[in-house]
Structure formats: structure tokens, C-alpha cells
Design a binder for this molecule. Sequence first.
Ligand SMILES: *[C@@H]1O[C@H](CO)[C@@H](O)[C@H](O)[C@H]1NC(C)=O
Ligand SMILES: *[C@@H]1O[C@H](CO)[C@@H](O)[C@H](O)[C@H]1NC(C)=O
Ligand SMILES: *[C@@H]1O[C@H](CO)[C@@H](O)[C@H](O)[C@H]1NC(C)=O
Length: 244
Amino acid sequence: MAAAAAASSALILLLLLLAVAAADDASNGTTTHLSFFMHDIQSGSDPTAVKVIKGPGAGGSTATAPALGMTFGDTTVMDNPVTETASPTSAALGQMQGLYMLSSQTGAALMVCANLVLTSGDHNGSTVAVLGRDDTGQDVRELPVVGGTGKYRMATGYVLWQTANMSGADATVKLDVYLTTGGDGATIDANAPVSSPGDGGSGSGSAGGSKSSSGAAPTSRSGGWAWSCAVALLVAAVVGLGSS
Ligand SMILES: *[C@@H]1O[C@H](CO)[C@@H](O)[C@H](O)[C@H]1NC(C)=O
Ligand SMILES: *[C@@H]1O[C@H](CO)[C@@H](O)[C@H](O)[C@H]1NC(C)=O
Ligand SMILES: *[C@@H]1O[C@H](CO)[C@@H](O)[C@H](O)[C@H]1NC(C)=O
């Protein structure tokens, strides 16, 4: 009876440790949520967003976005402050640098192409690249994150873009950024030979490079599992000794 109880508790411990090891592996694929407010200031003597191309407004009145004071083709370059709260004097977290163009002939939809340059804490120096459609007629717009640098190298994700306050042409926009970084095992050796799917994978010119680069991730992963198994066996042995 005691031996059976010890065996089953050892099995439970083993399963728990394997679950912990799996969660550890997955931590690189988790999503980070960052929240910001962007200040798009077009008025006054010190604007952060400046119209650099006046669009022809082709396509008739439907191409005009009166609420934005824009017509089809209008292009604005921005270096907008990004802060912690809706107040422009709250903690500065970065700048949104890029441009937006009214690129719909039937509504107030912008094409946004910008880098979110982070400047605070351990984010300082990292950037997030945003490229997408901002349909200002929608309450919440989803823009893709197409990459990043520094802490957010190889990031993917999206930004929820919501106008919090509009004062004339000036806007305060709430940004909710969701980022996933690739983690390990995502590097492809550019010098590795390319084999087509039907190749069987063992061409005569095949060097060792591709094998070693693709082998890196599974090695570290199996190391974690092996460690868990060793600890579980040790615990099982201790439990076994204690019950005898
Ligand atoms: C961010 O990094 C720059 C360049 O290294 C440095 O000058 C600046 O003081 C840093 N800012 C913060 C808030 O750490
Ligand atoms: C909206 O912006 C204007 C101008 O900056 C400001 O006076 C007003 O208090 C803001 N409203 C809200 C709800 O934040
Ligand atoms: C993600 O993987 C890299 C490379 O293996 C590692 O240096 C980093 O600490 C990992 N990050 C997390 C959050 O586990």
C-alpha cells in the first residue's frame, strides 16, 4: 500500500515538473501588452504632425474626410510624443515617427507607416514597426506590427488604435500594443543549402551548417525535459526511502 502511494505521488510529481518545463519553454512565445497615448498635434507654432503632400482630392466629395480636414492623397509626417496617460505632460515613453496618408477614395481611411521608438526604462532604444490601415470611421482600429528592433527584434503582433480625444485637427490616440517575440530556434543560417520539399533533405552538396543551426532549439528543449526527469527520479527515490 505504502509503495503504491509512493509510486503514484512520484508520478504526480513527474507530471508537475514536466508541466513546469513545458511552461518554461513557452515563455518565449508569450505576448507583451504595452499601453500608450500618442499626441498628434497639428495646430500651434510647434506641431508634431505636418502635412507634406496636399492630395488632389480625386474621387469626389466622398474622398474628403471633413472630420480630419483631409482629402484623398493628403500625406502627413509625424514625430508624435507617446506618453503614459492621456495627459501630454505625463511620463514620456517614446515617439511615433512616420507618416500617414489618406488612401481611401470612399472614406476616411489612412495608410499608416511608422516606427514606435521607445525611450523609457529597459525599453529604451527598442523600436516597433507598424504598418497598416487606420479607418478613422471605426471606434477601434487594428494595425499590424510587422517587426521590431532591440528588445522587440522579430516581433509580431498588432496595435489597437483608438482616438481618445479630438480637438480641431489635434488628436490624442490610445495605443494598445500586443507583441510576441520569436524567441529561440527562429534563426535560419543563410549559408545553409536550400533543399526543395521533395528533395528528401540529403543533397550531395549538403554541408553540416543547416543541421547544427536547426538542432540548437531541440537540444536546449530536451535538456529541460531531461533535467525534470532527473529531479523527478531523485524525488521518487527519496519518497521510496522514506516510506520503506
Ligand atoms: C535612453 O538611451 C539614450 C542613449 O543611450 C540615453 O541618452 C538616454 O538617457 C536614455 N533614456 C532613458 C530614459 O533611460
Ligand atoms: C481634449 O483635448 C483638449 C485640448 O487638448 C483638452 O482641453 C480637453 O480637456 C481634452 N478632453 C479630454 C476628455 O481629455
Ligand atoms: C528566450 O530565449 C532566449 C534564447 O534562448 C533567452 O536568452 C531568453 O532568456 C528567453 N526569454 C525568456 C523570457 O524566457
